[in-house]
Design a protein around this ligand. Structure first.
Ligand code: PRP
Ligand code: HPA
Length: 176
């Protein structure tokens, strides 16, 4: 596993000063372009969750979709997209969350999660945890259980893991 994690780490390019001065941007597009790194990241997630009795995989727009959909297929469960506002055509639950400046909104179809379903949330990267905290609230509004969340990349300085763990969400991350 250690060498697999190194392969994933080495496939992620870091761009200084994007999108703002002083930010080190961890870019997953270089991982996705490398078929072995992409396959390995999905395989590690499958290995971790295959016996955990997950009922649904929820992915967050946009980069979360890339990892959530192949994982849902491999686990043999449904995939549910959580989207930016006004993209989903049926009745939605809506959740606002704080950004560094201002707020953002996420939506999920009300009937996408059934009561008591055990839900795994997938995103590419964990920063402050705001996106996945809002996603967990959407799942709870539908009556589901937001027990687990997984990410390819964790930015430990931003302490998202602490925030999500305090909400009762188990976090699995591949590389810091
Ligand atoms: C990025 C990233 C995560 C989120 C992490 O998405 O893909 O979803 O930010 O930050 P947080 O832990 O502080 O919430 P972004 O909102 O840039 O959207 P995108 O995937 O559509 O590019
Ligand atoms: N990379 C990609 N997405 C992000 C980052 C990053 O470093 N920080 C917050 N969202």
């Amino acid at each position: 596993t250690q060498s697999k994690l190194e392969l994933i780490r080495n496939s992620i390019i870091t761009i200084p000063n994007y999108p703002k001065q002083g930010i080190l941007f961890r870019d997953i597009t270089s991982l996705l372009e490398d078929p072995i790194a992409f396959r390995t990241s999905i395989d590690l997630l499958i290995e971790h969750y295959k016996d955990k009795k997950i009922d649904k995989v929820v992915g967050t727009e946009a980069r979360g979709f890339i990892f959530a959909a192949p994982l849902a297929l491999a686990l043999g469960v449904g995939f549910v997209p959580v989207r930016k506002p006004n993209k989903l055509p049926r009745h939605v639950f809506r959740e606002e969350y704080q950004l560094e400046y201002g707020t953002d909104t996420l939506e999920m179809h009300c009937d996408a999660i059934k009561p008591n379903e055990r839900v795994l949330i997938i995103d590419d990267l964990l920063a402050t945890g705001g996106t996945v905290a809002a996603t967990a609230k959407l799942i709870q509004k539908a009556g589901g259980i937001a027990e687990d969340a997984a990410f390819v990349i964790n930015l430990p300085d931003l302490q998202g893991k602490t925030k999500l763990t305090a909400m009762g969400i188990n976090c699995y991350t591949l590389v810091d």
